[in-house]
Design a binder for this molecule. Structure first.
Ligand SMILES: N[C@@H](CCC(=O)N[C@@H](CS)C(=O)NCC(=O)O)C(=O)O
Length: 372
């Protein structure tokens, strides 16, 4: 059962943390690995109560930016001549890709990727992975989901990690560079987490590999690019950590959450029944531990509401989305993470007690209206 529970989102991730799997990256891990870094709890909500992680987060962001700039420059010099020829074909790029998404439907990282693919009208096939046996991803040495397999002509690429998948595909859509080249700019890095365990992270994962012209066209200025990176990282490093403590807050909520996970997921009948009751019980207790680990309040809803309102304040009143007239990658990431709570009490509470609903519905609509 422990194995079943470990592989399941949100429970699987929670148990991964419990088992010391989480890349809670200290300075040591970051300097060893030199990656953009998921500095634990470095988002605005966390930094209100924690000064150190804020500095780490800023340092990680700056480091990622510097690495990204370096890679962008290197790549720009190499491909300058090809660029002009490619621009004419960019519109049809998405039709050159055949994508397969390996996922757990209720995993927030997978939901982020789907939000991205749907908004960009990129067709894809879904393989729902059985969280107990994970046979569907046996081919992969990277053992988490989401994974995207991307076939571009003769070339088949495996993209790991939600943020890498999104950054690589967005770079592809904007620049037209071959995906095989793009993914070399997001190399995996081994790091050591705060429990001394080796974990895999990815360099530059919030950075798009664009030349100056493309970046200008896409963002209009440096601030918009930095803002998008910052809030994408916040969604991964802070917002995601609020999900489990909120959806497993009480025994009844834990049971409802598992009911939903089992219904949506790829479980055998016995596995499903076991996961529902044993998983709900396990997660109810584990979520208390997560609450302490992430320094959440006694009433974890308070943290969720605060995060949502911070996000709404960051979007502001003068634009429908953080991306302006259309969602950017941060809008899609925050939406994707929150969406996994739909249908649960935590989601209804969130809509009722914060100002996030109008923005949330706008993103939902923008995705629904994407040309199919
Ligand atoms: N940083 C990764 C995290 C992915 C992740 O933790 N996925 C979980 C499911 S939500 C998983 O596959 N867990 C299985 C395991 O850890 O063994 C991403 O953004 O994609």
């Amino acid at each position: 059962m422990a194995h079943a529970v470990r592989a399941l989102w949100p429970l699987g991730r929670a148990l991964a943390w419990r088992l010391g799997d989480r890349p809670a990256l200290g300075l040591h891990a970051q300097s060893r690995a030199g990656f953009t870094g998921a500095a634990g709890g470095s988002g605005p909500a966390a930094t209100a109560r924690k000064g150190g992680p804020r500095l780490l987060g800023a340092a990680a962001l700056a480091l990622g930016g510097a690495l990204g700039l370096y890679h962008t420059a290197r790549w720009h010099l190499r491909t300058q001549d090809l660029r002009a020829e490619r621009s004419a074909t960019q519109l049809s790029l998405s039709s050159h890709l055949q994508l397969t998404l390996y996922q757990y439907k209720t995993c927030p990282f997978c939901s982020k990727v789907r939000a991205f693919l749907d908004f960009h009208a990129l067709p894809y096939q879904v393989v729902e992975v059985n969280p107990v046996r994970r046979a569907e991803i046996k081919f992969s040495s990277y053992r988490k989901v989401p994974i995207v397999m991307a076939q571009e002509g003769e070339s088949l690429q495996q993209l790991n990690d939600s943020s890498v998948i999104i950054s690589a595909l967005k770079t592809y859509l904007v620049s037209g560079q071959p995906l095989a080249d793009i993914i070399t700019y997001y190399p995996p890095m081994k790091a050591v987490n705060d429990q001394g365990k080796e974990v895999t992270e990815f360099c530059n994962k919030y950075w798009l590999m664009l030349d100056e012209k493309e970046a200008q066209r896409m963002y209009g200025g440096k601030e918009a690019r930095t803002e998008e990176m910052k809030w994408r990282q916040w969604a991964d490093d802070w917002l995601v950590h609020l999900i489990s403590p909120n959806v497993y807050r009480t025994p009844a909520e834990a049971l409802a959450s598992f009911d939903y996970i089992v219904k949506e997921g790829n479980f055998g009948t016995v596995e499903g029944a076991m996961a529902k009751y044993m998983g709900a019980a396990a997660m109810y207790f584990i979520s208390k531990r997560l609450k302490r680990r992430h320094h959440l309040r006694d009433d974890v809803r308070e943290d969720l509401y605060e995060a949502a309102n911070k996000w709404v304040a960051a979007v502001g009143k003068d634009r429908p989305f953080m991306g302006g007239q259309k969602p950017n990658l941060a809008d899609l990431a925050v939406y994707g993470v929150l969406r996994v709570m739909e249908g649960l009490e935590a989601f209804d509470d969130l809509m009722r007690h914060t100002h996030i609903q109008p923005w949330y519905l706008r993103v939902e609509k923008a995705i629904a209206e994407a040309p199919q």
